[in-house]
Design a protein around this ligand. Structure first.
Ligand code: NIG
Ligand code: FE
Length: 412
């Protein structure tokens, strides 16, 4: 199957030569494009691109005219909790009335509220709801997504969530990675002796998850009021032994040592980072760990903003993902994250595109196949509506600018 996309007003984020697995510091401001371009896709992979004037006469199975439109590599959303049973707008109202996220969690709401609903839902019900959400995400331009468990908090419920993610992997054209987040909340019956819950995660859940091959990554909510640095170290060590790569929640509520423990265990990313000191920035330098900011969560909870500008100026890479979940970021929209990157965190549009594509692809271990337009990469991209420039993408916040979506070279 050979497809030609022709007359592209501007083909964005093209890469030639030695491909980068991520960009950091000043490199984040670089974004190459080709104006008046064509793109050829063959058997699901990007085969060739260039200026229209250089397109050679040849045959195609399909031709798409993109006059007036731009083409971008699909967003990669490296942090989501997309499989869940219920929305939580009542807590949203409680927060408006003055309760904090931590206060709601303490009285058994929050993650435990989601866990109750998850226990009551069947695997099929969870799958149907998640598939519908995934299809909506796809229409908004996301082509790869990481999905966490973590609303189970019992062995059976965690396995149920991870089996749903496995079914999504098998049935969806999106590239999907799964993350086991058994250590997301502390169940009521373990309050006061949470080390026993950590033991359950380590001795029962991790071996069962590994036995069924259900998780690519291991996650912990390492923060004040949740899991300690010591809990986190024990869980990550156990996960690593079973072949899961660490990728954790850190420094959302407090400067908690989360970044340091993540880096120590070679986490592929440390996520949230609303609470960052100089020591945290220093500790990330020269490491393989991708600092990942979740603008939707900070927006929804009115949290302080992660110092993205300071991190990039210090030479670090930065990724930005949606954190799509019912408690702290009920938005599936990476176009909105792109806008927030510029508006709230002062990234330039070029930096914002890199933060939501290549660097998030890195944060989910797929940047060798996704995140830019490069020959040999998976043909996951979208065609915009007619727009004036690539800066229009973050500028026009809240509007859906994606018109057509191609995943693995096929229009979906
Ligand atoms: O990434 N911070 C921890 N976990 C999720 C929220 C979970 C919830 O409240 O349902 C997050 O924000
Ligand atoms: Fe999260």
């Amino acid at each position: 199957m050979r497809t030609l996309i022709k007359n592209i007003k501007e083909l964005a984020q093209v890469e030639t030569g030695q491909l980068k697995l991520r960009v950091q510091g000043k490199e984040m401001a670089q974004m190459k494009t080709v104006k008046n371009a064509y793109l050829i896709v063959e058997n699901g992979v990007i085969k060739e691109f260039g200026e229209m004037t250089n397109l050679k006469e040849q045959t195609f199975d399909r031709k798409v005219d993109a006059t007036g439109r731009m083409v971008f590599p699909s967003f990669c959303d490296s942090h989501t909790h997309l499989v869940y049973a219920n929305s939580r707008e009542h807590e949203f109202v409680d927060k408006i009335r003055g309760l904090s996220y931590e206060e709601i969690a303490k009285r058994g709401g929050g993650i435990l509220n989601s866990a109750k609903a998850t226990a009551a839902a069947s695997e099929d019900q969870l799958y149907d709801m998640a598939l519908q959400r995934l299809n909506e995400v796809m229409r908004l331009g996301t082509g790869a997504i990481e999905i966490k468990s973590g609303y189970g908090l019992t062995t059976e419920s965690e396995l149920k969530l991870l089996r749903v993610i496995r079914r999504l992997k098998e049935s969806s054209p999106l590239t999907i990675k799964s993350n086991f987040l058994g250590a997301h909340g502390i169940p009521m019956e373990y309050r006061g002796h949470q080390e026993d819950y950590v033991d359950l995660v380590i001795n029962e859940m991790i071996p069962r998850v590994a036995d069924e091959g259900l998780a690519d990554f291991i996650d912990v909510f390492c923060d004040q009021g949740f899991f300690t640095v010591e809990d986190t170290a024990r869980i990550l060590e156990a996960g690593i032994k079973y072949g899961m790569k660490p990728k954790i929640h850190a420094n959302e509520m407090a400067v908690s040592g989360g970044v340091q423990v993540g880096v120590k265990y070679g986490a592929i990313s440390v996520d949230h980072l609303e609470q960052m000191g100089d020591a945290e920035i220093e500790c990330l330098k020269g490491t393989e760990t991708m600092p990942t900011i979740l603008p939707g969560c900070a927006f929804f909870l009115n949290l302080p903003l992660s110092p993205a500008r300071k991190m990039i100026d210090a030479g670090l890479p930065v990724a930005m993902a949606s954190d799509y979940n019912p408690g702290t970021a009920p938005s599936n929209n990476m176009q909105l994250i792109l806008s927030m990157a510029c508006i709230r965190y002062r990234l330039t549009p070029e930096e914002a595109f890199n933060a939501t594509t290549l660097n998030t692809a890195y944060a989910m271990g797929v940047s060798d196949q996704l995140g830019t337009i490069a020959v040999g990469k998976k043909a996951n991209f979208y065609i915009t509506k007619p727009i004036s420039s690539y800066e229009y993408m973050p500028y026009s916040f809240g509007e859906n600018k994606v018109e057509r979506v191609f995943l693995n070279g096929v229009e979906v």
